[in-house]
Ligand binder design. Structure first.
Ligand code: F6P
Length: 317
C-alpha cells in the first residue's frame, strides 16, 4: 500500500482525525492525498498531498481543513465514473472517509461496488451512525449547546420565563436528550418519542401554581420548530415564551478532549485496518475498546432508546 485518499465532512474532531490518519500512514510509509470539498472534489479531481508537517497545529481546530460539501452527484453513475477515474489517476490504493450517514454511504459504494479498500470513521453531531455509541463531533456539540443553555438559564430565571430551545438533530434526539440532562431542562421533545402538548401545558400551569416560574424546553429540530411549540404554549397557557434556535454553532467550535482522543484512536485504527487489507468497515469505540461495524450496517437508520433518560429528566424536574 503506497498511497491512500482521505475525504471528510465537517464537525469538531475531524481535523484531529485527519492528523491521526496522516501521521499513522506516514509511520507505515504510506502517502496521503486529501480530497477537497468531499465527494465533489473526488469527482473534479481536487486533491492535495498531506504530510506530517501540513497537519500540524490543527488538532484543536473545528470544521475540516479539507473543506466539504453535500454532493448529490456522487450518488449518480456519472459522478461515480469520474470519481473512479480520479482514484485510479492518483494511484490511490485505499480510502478513508470521515463523516455521517451520507459520507459513509459513499464509502460503502466505493468499497462494495468498486472494490476500493475503504474504511469509514463516524463523524456527525447528530450521533446517528448505526451501531456506534459515539461519533466524532457529538460530544463537542452537546457541550456547545449546554454552554448556550446555561447562559439562557441565567436570563430565564431572572425574568421567570419559559424558553423553548431548538437544537440540531434531524432524525435523532441525541443532542436534545443529552443537553436536557446536562442543562437541567424540564422537557425534551425528540423524534424518538411522542409528546402530548396538552399534558405539557397542564404540567406548566400546575408547576407555576406551585411557584415554578421558569422552564427550559429543548426540542430537536427533527421533531418540531421551537417557534411553533412556543406559540402553542402561549396560546394554551397564556404565559409568555421566548425562543432560541442554536443552529450551526453546534457543529463548530474547538473539539472537546473526548473528541480529540477519540479522533486520535479512530484515525490511527482506520489506517491500521487498511494496511492489513481490511475494507468496507466503519471504526468505532465500544465500551472503550476499538471495534468495527460493517459499513452496510453503519448506514442503516439508528434509533436510540430515550425512555430511561426521559424518565430521569422528568424525575429531576
Ligand atoms: O451534520 C448534521 C447536521 O448538522 C444536522 O444536525 C442538521 O440537520 C444538518 O446537518 C444541517 O445541514 P446543513 O449544514 O447542510 O444546513
Amino acid at each position: 500500500m503506497k498511497r491512500i485518499g482521505i475525504l471528510t465532512r465537517d464537525c469538531a474532531g475531524v481535523n484531529a482525525a485527519i492528523r491521526s490518519v496522516v501521521r499513522t500512514a506516514d509511520f507505515f510509509g504510506i502517502e496521503v492525498m486529501g480530497v477537497l470539498r468531499g465527494y465533489e472534489g473526488l469527482i473534479s479531481g481536487d486533491f492535495i498531498p498531506l504530510s506530517r508537517r501540513s497537519v500540524s497545529g490543527i488538532i484543536n481546530l473545528g470544521g475540516t481543513i479539507l473543506k466539504t460539501s453535500r454532493s448529490k452527484k456522487f450518488f449518480t453513475e456519472t459522478g461515480q465514473k469520474y470519481a473512479l477515474q480520479n482514484i485510479k489517476k492518483n494511484q490511490l490504493d485505499g480510502f478513508i472517509v470521515i463523516g455521517g450517514n451520507g459520507s459513509l454511504s459513499g464509502a460503502h459504494i466505493l468499497a462494495k461496488k468498486y472494490n476500493i479498500p475503504t474504511i469509514g470513521i463516524p463523524a456527525t453531531i447528530d450521533n446517528d451512525v448505526n451501531g456506534v455509541d459515539l461519533s466524532l463531533g457529538a460530544d463537542t456539540a452537546v457541550n456547545v449547546a449546554m454552554d448556550a443553555i446555561d447562559k439562557i438559564r441565567d436570563t430565564a430565571m431572572s425574568l421567570e420565563r419559559i424558553f423553548v430551545i431548538e437544537v440540531m438533530g434531524r432524525d435523532c434526539g441525541y443532542i436534545a436528550m443529552q443537553v436536557a440532562l446536562a442543562g437541567g431542562c424540564e422537557e425534551a421533545l425528540v423524534p424518538e418519542k411522542d409528546f402530548d402538548l396538552d399534558e405539557m401545558c397542564a404540567q406548566i400551569i400546575e408547576g407555576n401554581a406551585k411557584g415554578k416560574v421558569s422552564w427550559i424546553i429543548v426540542v430537536a429540530e427533527g421533531k418540531a420548530k421551537a417557534s411553533a411549540i412556543a406559540s402553542a404554549i402561549t396560546e394554551k397557557t397564556g404565559l409568555e415564551t421566548r425562543v432560541a434556535v442554536l443552529g450551526h454553532i453546534q457543529r463548530g467550535g474547538n473539539p472537546t478532549a473526548l473528541d480529540r482522543v477519540m479522533a486520535a484512536r479512530l484515525g490511527s485504527y482506520a489506517v491500521n485496518l487498511l494496511y492489513k487489507g481490511k475494507s468496507n468497515l466503519c471504526v468505532a469505540l465500544k465500551d472503550g475498546n476499538l471495534t468495527t461495524i460493517p459499513l452496510e450496517i453503519a448506514i442503516q437508520p439508528k434509533r436510540i432508546d430515550v425512555e430511561s433518560d426521559y424518565a430521569l429528566i422528568k424525575l429531576l424536574t
